[in-house]
Design a protein around this ligand. Structure first.
Ligand code: FAD
Ligand code: FES
Ligand code: MG
Length: 280
């Protein structure tokens, strides 16, 4: 069992938890993830390692409440326990040798992007962070990003915080004003990553994206997380989650992501009924 040592609400739909998991903390690198089970009957869900503290043996996760399992997780409190917390899984994000990088985060994708921006900053890289949210109430990790970025651009769909517009608007402006990036790292909804790569391809800037397909075992055995990258089948859990954005078949990934929507909706409704009934 893994104890929740800290819980913090970041916005109405996003929660941060610090979990006591010394063996995971010991080996964790930015870009890697864990797979957890809330309880014995629970499904396995992957969440990125948003931060870690090797001395204290803790790992931070930041999750958006989107369905049954994240809702169940959010009902746990400090001092409570998780059944399983397996990791670190996946390949760490490649950061060596990069001198100037644009880190683009969309929504809860910022939780995945932040540890990467932090690591780049720690190794002396000039980090330009461009983050986007639907509105001001959904903004997360603003101070954290600012503290590791030479430049921080906040975009919202409705203009209620930062500037009104899309992350691609800000990125295009920076590139056209002469900023020269070794690499762009884009993490967020598939549609956002697709359009970021369309833009960066036009300017020939190498671009890495973090792919988050449905994962089940996280060990390359079940095939649940398969993607087509450069015409080849890859498994996001062991070959990724980072891939060359120019090579990813985003349209196929979006179609696969929609396959389980009916099951998830049903599970979510059941979880909502359970919590409304006061049993959890
Ligand atoms: P459901 O209603 O079951 O699903 C809602 C949506 O979540 C689905 O449409 C699907 O897109 C996704 N999803 C559902 N089950 C899975 C699964 N087993 N594997 C992957 N995606 C699933 N979310 C965060 O909020 N923060 C993170 O740091 C984060 N990191 C991730 C890292 C990786 C490598 C992957 C693959 C996913 C990550 N996700 C992250 C997404 C997170 O796993 C899903 O939001 C979560 O599984 C939803 O479960 P649910 O039962 O609450 O919702
Ligand atoms: Fe099963 Fe990747 S999650 S192969
Ligand atoms: Mg689910």
């Amino acid at each position: 069992m893994y104890q929740i040592v800290k819980k913090r609400v970041l916005n109405p739909t996003v929660t941060l938890m610090e979990i006591e998991a010394p063996l995971v903390a010991k080996k964790a690198q930015p870009g890697q993830f864990i797979i957890l089970r809330v309880d014995e009957d629970g499904e396995r869900i992957p969440l990125t390692i948003a931060d870690f503290n090797r001395d204290q043996g803790t790992v931070t996760i930041i999750f958006q409440i989107v369905g049954a399992t994240t809702q169940k997780l959010n009902h746990l409190h400090e001092g409570g326990f998780l059944q399983d917390f397996v990791g670190p899984l996946g390949k760490p994000t490649h950061t060596e040798g990069l001198k100037k990088v644009a880190v683009v985060g969309g929504g809860v994708g910022c939780a995945i992007a932040y540890p990467v921006a932090k690591k780049l900053h720690e190794q002396g890289c000039e980090v330009h962070s461009i983050v986007g949210f639907r509105n001001k109430d959904l903004v997360i990790l603003k101070e954290e990003f600012k503290s590791v970025s030479h430049m921080y651009a906040l975009m919202t769909d409705d203009g209620s915080a930062g500037e009104k517009g899309l992350v691609t608007d800000a990125l295009r402006r920076l590139i056209e004003s002469g900023e020269q990036y070794d690499q762009v790292i884009a993490i967020g909804p598939l549609i956002m990553m697709k359009f970021v790569t369309k833009l960066t391809k036009a300017f020939d800037i190498p671009t890495v994206v973090s792919m988050n397909p449905i994962m089940i075992d996280g060990t390359g055995m079940c095939g649940g997380c398969r993607l087509t990258v450069g015409g080849e089948t890859k498994f996001a859990c062991v070959d990724g989650p980072d891939f060359d954005g120019f090579l990813v078949d985003f349209d196929e990934a979006m179609a696969r992501g929609a396959m389980y929507r009916d099951f998830e909706r049903q599970a979510h409704e059941e979880a909502c009924n359970l919590f409304r009934g006061g049993k959890a």
